[in-house]
Design a protein around this ligand. Sequence first.
Ligand SMILES: NC(=O)c1ccc[n+]([C@@H]2O[C@H](COP(=O)([O-])OP(=O)(O)OC[C@H]3O[C@@H](n4cnc5c(N)ncnc54)[C@H](OP(=O)(O)O)[C@@H]3O)[C@@H](O)[C@H]2O)c1
Length: 291
Amino acid sequence: MQILKVRQGDTSAPQRHRRLTHSRQLGWALNGPCSERSAALFALYKPMLDARQTHRDLPDAPPWVVAQLGQSLDGFVATETGDSYYVTGPHSLVHLHRLRALCDAVLVGAGTVAIDNPQLTTRRVPGQNAVRVVLDPDARLDGRSRLFNDRQSPTLWLCDARHAATARERLAALMPTDAAANHASTEVVAVEGLLEKEGLPCQYLPPRAVAALAERGLRLLFVEGGGVTVSRFFRSNALNRLHLVVAPVLIGQGRRGLQATAHDVMADCPRPPARMLILGDDLLWDLDLRA
Ligand SMILES: NC(=O)c1ccc[n+]([C@@H]2O[C@H](COP(=O)([O-])OP(=O)(O)OC[C@H]3O[C@@H](n4cnc5c(N)ncnc54)[C@H](OP(=O)(O)O)[C@@H]3O)[C@@H](O)[C@H]2O)c1
């Protein structure tokens, strides 16, 4: 994203970049006249810009985590067969790539890797590739997925410490003779206590994953899906923000989108502060989960 190229005190920045300024009190601000649309887009990304700055200024600042899900009107992120190309429209895809460009790391669940075989690189906007992180607590992936092998960006395969050796063995088995070079960009990260309970589906602890990434200097995190992973982070209170993009499409039956904790009475249901932004035909709900 062009605006990210602006730095405090950077007088060489082209004129169109100079309206962004930073102060300790206000964080990043967009100054001068601008369209309503520009102001709304800036407001959407400001929390991430501020978090980046805080991490630069304060080495001990806590991690900051945003998640995004693109779901149908009836609450699904993919069909039953796992097809999700595409739930949301092109404007929302640009937004997705902006989040990748803004964050230190982009994290997805093992199901998304197994089904989509994604690249997770920044392609629809200018910007750097984030470090790619695959959350696979019990090491069920086979290591053949594209992102483990394409060397487009460093990739971390996050497993519970009890299963990390399995993942390492799989990677090693796939290596050609000149292997170290080939797989240099993929690393298995063993996380102590990632799995809360052995043998139960999805019983892992997102805060342990966040802490393990922070130890590696990855503190601005983007959780890109799928529905199970984002819901797990949401229910563990591990998210600062959630961008829920709702597309005018009906899937009927499929992979579930956001699943919150159930409540018996409406008065107990969380209603986080929210703003809306139109993205083409889609509606983005920007939920502030730390307000
Ligand atoms: N629209 C969007 O925004 C969006 C974004 C990303 C992905 N997607 C779609 O979401 C779907 C995947 O999401 P999800 O919620 O099902 O999963 P996910 O959150 O990506 O990953 C976690 C789930 O994957 C399962 N899993 C673990 N290893 C697996 C393997 N080797 N093969 C298959 N599944 C495995 C886990 O099973 P256990 O419960 O047994 O541990 C867990 O249920 C895909 O169809 C993808 O296209 C949509």
